[in-house]
Design a protein around this ligand. Structure first.
Ligand code: AMP
Length: 220
């Protein structure tokens, strides 16, 4: 199966966890702009240097910086991909459409993982990420077998610096103001499906696979 997909959802909705599962099953590339930017910050690249302050403050990184890290990958001619954390505002959505339309490869589907606002804060502040493989645990909802240790690779789990309560309020405000309106943007184009993200992870994965599978290029 293949296709070009966007995963929408608030910070803490479970996009990263679900994207990894779904991409493995569908055989499409997982492109997380958050992961690409964190990598850029770690390696000290020019894009990383520009992005760091915005990320630490829970603000959106300027569009040009995000475009530079993402389109370098997309322009590699990726056929099947799922975007996680992109687009985050209307300018980014329009730029993505422009590039995909120019290549004659428009999006196949957009799925929003919907989680009630009141559950997001706890989901974010309890999140612990493996330093080595990036696998995500949660102190309450996805507890590792051994505290502080990744189930997948045995690496050390840590809290992302922007998952601290002080920064999360800002990230959620940015989401509501700039990213949530993209639901209407994609609904207007007949691309949007919504999945209830307030359930156990397997049920969400099943629904996502059903929603994306329906629109995959081999599913037609
Ligand atoms: P995420 O891992 O998706 O939660 O992203 C972490 C942080 O990276 C965000 O709070 C932003 O500072 C930055 N970021 C990720 N994706 C984007 C994007 N598409 N546009 C602007 N900033 C982004």
């Amino acid at each position: 199966m293949s296709g070009r997909f966007v995963l929408l959802g608030a910070p803490g909705a479970g996009k990263g966890t679900q994207a990894k599962r779904v991409c493995t099953r569908l055989g499409v590339e997982h492109l997380s702009t958050g992961d690409l930017l964190r990598h850029a910050v770690r390696t000290g690249s020019p894009a990383g240097k520009k992005a760091k302050g915005y990320m630490d403050a829970g603000k959106l990184v300027p569009d040009e910086v995000v475009f530079s890290v993402l389109f370098e990958r997309l322009d590699d001619g990726l056929d099947g991909f799922l975007l996680d954390g992109f687009p985050r505002n209307r300018v980014q959505a329009e730029e993505l459409d422009r590039r995909l339309d120019a290549a004659g490869t428009p999006l196949d589907a957009v799925v929003d993982i919907d989680v009630p606002d009141e559950h997001l804060l706890g989901r974010i502040t309890g999140r612990r990420v493996c330093k080595v493989c990036g696998n995500v645990h949660h102190v309450e909802f996805m507890r590792p077998r051994v505290e502080g240790v990744c189930d997948v690779c045995g690496g050390e789990l840590q809290q992302r610096s922007d998952d601290r309560a002080e920064v999360v309020g800002q990230r959620l405000a940015v989401y509501r103001e700039q990213t949530a309106p993209l639901q209407a943007y994609y609904a207007d184009r007949g691309l949007l499906a919504t999945v209830d993200g307030d359930r156990d992870a397997d049920a969400i994965t099943d629904d996502l696979l059903a929603a994306l599978g329906e629109h995959s290029t081999e599913g037609r």
